[in-house]
Design a protein around this ligand. Structure first.
Ligand code: PLP
Length: 397
């Protein structure tokens, strides 16, 4: 038989998308599904973003190919925002625009890794990281963390796992899926360790502007001004409610950026010009829209934490960033109910019987947990959590 690539056996599809698809099928069959699975704001993109896109679509200049690295004007806006909103300096020449943060991550890893180079990924992790490492020919190496330590890694963890093949640490604070945010002191220690060991840190900052309590985590770019060890991934998806527009970016030193440009020039040529100009409008209009979303997210976060912790044998960490809670459901995954032996079984059972969709912890390398996104309306959040409470009462008899 004609064979396809071995990648077929190596790469998993996006787990978060699997649950969203299943929820969509049930919804289409007329079931009143409430989705806690989506990793995107429930708000529409701002009006000025939509207007900028319409204007861009009407200009024939934007119907043509444009520079692989991204539109100059957008790269300048990104650099200005990094300075005023994230406290580090970057030359626009050190930015490449990509189809979402997701493509920035893959491009970064392809630019850094040779075969079998090891990439440290703290678990629980965002589901794409290990697959992107594998696609880039590297080897994902996981650090297990615990709820007791707020799912945070330490220098001891890093020392324990480092080998002479270690090349990159993937870093994400605020974290998807836990919502945990490292403090400045904690982050600085980790960055120092990376710099001293002359490794790369790939810092995924998609949620940097969604922190509800305490200080935000400073970017490693603040300390590594020459980008000797640092790569930054960011985008407009989460901060500006623009997931469908597909605009992200990678920031790195010249050497990395030149290779990234070569890769992009042979894969996607340029990001859709209309989306790039829409993203530019979002960035130039500042973070007021983000602050407004934050008010809603924070209200829902507080409500959801209190409700979850009031349900028998469920608990969540006090997530202070992104829009996720990571809920310990291990009590209900050990055969208490027939055929429920994992968080995946538990999430399927909740979806099929109570029409509430959560993402099982297995997808994030943390069995016994499930991820809840609170980026949904207050009414849906309340109704969905009432159903979860009822499900647990039904199990407990
Ligand atoms: N990084 C993290 C941690 C995410 O949660 C996501 C999206 O869910 C991304 C990166 C990629 O976002 P996008 O490709 O929409 O920019």
């Amino acid at each position: 038989m004609t064979e396809i690539s071995k990648l077929d056996k190596i790469i998993k599809p996006s787990g978060t998308m699997l649950i969203s698809n299943k929820a969509r099928e049930l919804r289409e069959a007329g079931k009143p599904v409430i989705g806690f699975g989506a990793g995107e704001p429930d708000f529409a993109s701002p009006d000025y973003v939509v207007s900028a896109a319409i204007e861009a679509a009407n200009d024939p200049k934007n119907h043509k190919y444009s520079p692989t690295a991204g539109l100059d004007s957008l790269r300048k806006s990104i650099a200005n925002s990094a300075h005023s909103n994230s406290n580090y300096l970057v030359d626009p020449a050190n930015i490449v625009v990509t189809n979402g943060g997701k493509q920035a991550i893959l491009t970064a890893l392809m630019s850094l890794l040779d075969s079998d180079d090891e990439v440290i990924i703290p678990a629980p992790f965002w589901t794409t990281y290990p697959e992107a490492v594998l696609l880039a020919g590297g080897k994902p190496i996981f650090i297990e963390t615990s709820k007791e330590k707020d799912f945070k890694i330490s220098i001891e963890d890093l020392e324990g796992i480092k080998t002479d093949k270690t090349k990159v640490l993937i870093w994400c604070s605020p974290s998807n899926p836990t919502g945990v945010v490292y403090t400045k002191e904690e982050a600085k220690k980790i960055y120092q360790w990376v710099f001293e060991n002359d490794l790369w840190i790939l810092s995924d900052e998609l949620y940097e502007h969604l922190v509800y309590e305490g200080e935000a985590t400073p970017s490693p770019a603040i300390f590594d001004k020459e980008f000797n060890n640092t790569l930054i991934v960011n985008g407009v998806s989460k901060a500006y409610a623009m997931t469908g527009w597909r605009v992200g970016w990678l920031i790195a030193n010249n050497k990395v950026i030149n290779l990234a440009k070569k890769i992009l020039s042979q894969t996607t040529s340029n990001v859709n010009n209309i989306s790039q100009l829409a993203a530019e409008a979002a960035i130039n209009n500042g973070l007021e829209v983000t602050q407004n979303m934050k008010i809603a997210f924070d209200r829902r976060r507080r409500f959801a934490i209190e409700k979850i912790n009031s349900i028998d044998n469920l608990s969540t960490t006090k997530a202070t960033g992104a829009f996720y809670l990571f809920v310990n459901v291990s009590h209900y995954c050990s055969g208490l109910i027939e055929n429920i032996k994992s968080s995946e079984d538990f999430c399927n059972w909740l979806l099929e019987n109570y029409y509430i969709a959560f993402v099982p912890g297995e997808v994030f390398g943390a069995p016994g947990y499930m991820r809840l996104s609170y980026a949904l309306s207050d009414d849906e959040l309340s109704e969905g959590l009432n159903r979860l409470e009822k499900a647990i009462k039904d199990i407990s008899g």
